[in-house]
Design a protein around this ligand. Structure first.
Ligand SMILES: [Zn+2]
Length: 217
């Protein structure tokens, strides 16, 4: 995202023509030639700032360009440096959020119920020790994945139990209520697993358990 050219002008304390402040084209005293700052030119504003295109032009000296060039001229730094500054700012802004940071309130609640403890102050932890913060998030994600796996196994168990016991609707409703509580998909993943010709090892264990259970209830 590009900075606002009028805001940049204000930040550098350029003298603006206040009658144009709400226009698309805002006029200011040109800091590059200062022609309009000469006595007798008090009412002149040669520098035009376009708040839509974020470009500038001085009608006297002809200095012109985009907002990044504007900043580079005002600060006396290389335009590449200015570009880099905003590029890295954008990168920071679009930093991929950790999956744990995207947990819903319900998921956080479930996690706290299972693992106990209080939700830490993430902002503080992040500032104090960034790598510790990341490790904590990774660890929580690992624990969460274990919860999800456990829930999947149980949902699969209920699905089979529903099929074999003839109380299908009852067990499907159970799966759906867990699904709602944990805010994770359970029913469609287990149905999908059930329809597969080759299934992961843990499903075989659940199937064997059900077989034994159904033959000696
Ligand atoms: Zn000028």
């Amino acid at each position: 995202m590009l900075p606002e050219i009028v805001e940049v002008a204000k930040l550098h304390q350029l003298e603006l023509n206040h009658r144009t402040i709400h226009n698309e084209e805002v006029l200011a005293k040109c800091p590059f030639c200062q022609e309009d700052s000469k006595p007798g030119k008090r009412r002149r504003f040669y520098l035009s700032l376009n708040s839509q295109g974020q470009v500038f032009r001085c009608w006297y000296c002809g200095e012109s360009g985009g907002v990044l060039r504007f900043i580079s001229l005002l600060e006396g730094v290389n335009e590449e440096e200015v570009k880099e500054r905003y590029r890295s700012q954008d990168k920071r802004r679009s930093r991929k959020r950790h999956p744990v940071e995207q947990w819903s309130t319900g998921q956080r609640r479930v996690y706290r119920v299972i693992y106990g403890g209080k939700e830490p102050d993430w902002q503080v932890m992040r500032k104090r020790d960034y790598s510790y913060y990341l490790r904590t998030l990774d660890w929580m994600q690992t624990q969460w994945n274990e919860i999800v796996q456990h829930e999947l196994e149980r949902a699969y168990f209920w699905l089979l139990l529903g099929i074999h016991s003839g109380r299908y609707a009852h067990y499907i409703a159970r799966i759906q209520s867990r699904e709602k509580l944990l805010e994770i998909p359970l029913l469609s993943p287990v149905l999908e697993l059930f329809s597969r010709s080759s299934r992961p090892g843990w499903t075989v264990e659940v199937e064997e358990f059900i077989q034994r259970y159904m033959s000696h209830p």
